[in-house]
Write a protein of this length. Structure first.
Length: 94
C-alpha cells in the first residue's frame, strides 16, 4: 500500500513534466496584433507552448507585432525563414 501511495504521489508532483507543449504557429490571418487569437493556429499561445514564426505562413503586412506590455513563459520561440517579430512594448519572457 505504501509503495502504491508513493507511486501516485510521484506521478502527481511530476505531472507538469509529462505534459507536451502545444505548437502555436503565427498565421497573421487577421492582422499583425500578437494578441488576436485568429492570428494563431490553435489560438493564443499559453504558458509552455512552443511558438513558431515562419515567414512562409504570413504576409509581410501581417508580421507579428507585440504592441502592449506583455509577460509570458513559452517553452521556446522559433523565428525562421526570414520571419519577423516586432516588439513595440515592454516584454518579459521567463
Amino acid at each position: 500500500m505504501i509503495k502504491k501511495l508513493f507511486f501516485v504521489a510521484l506521478l502527481f508532483f511530476n505531472a507538469p513534466f509529462f505534459v507536451n507543449a502545444t505548437i502555436k504557429i503565427w498565421t497573421g490571418t487577421i492582422n499583425p496584433n500578437w494578441n488576436t487569437a485568429g492570428n494563431w493556429s490553435g489560438g493564443l499561445p499559453v504558458t509552455g507552448d512552443s511558438i513558431v514564426i515562419d515567414a512562409n505562413n504570413y504576409t509581410l503586412a501581417n508580421a507579428p507585432v507585440i504592441s502592449s506590455n506583455s509577460s509570458f513563459s513559452p517553452k521556446n520561440i522559433t523565428v525562421q525563414n526570414n520571419g519577423i517579430l516586432t516588439i513595440n512594448a515592454s516584454l518579459t519572457v521567463t
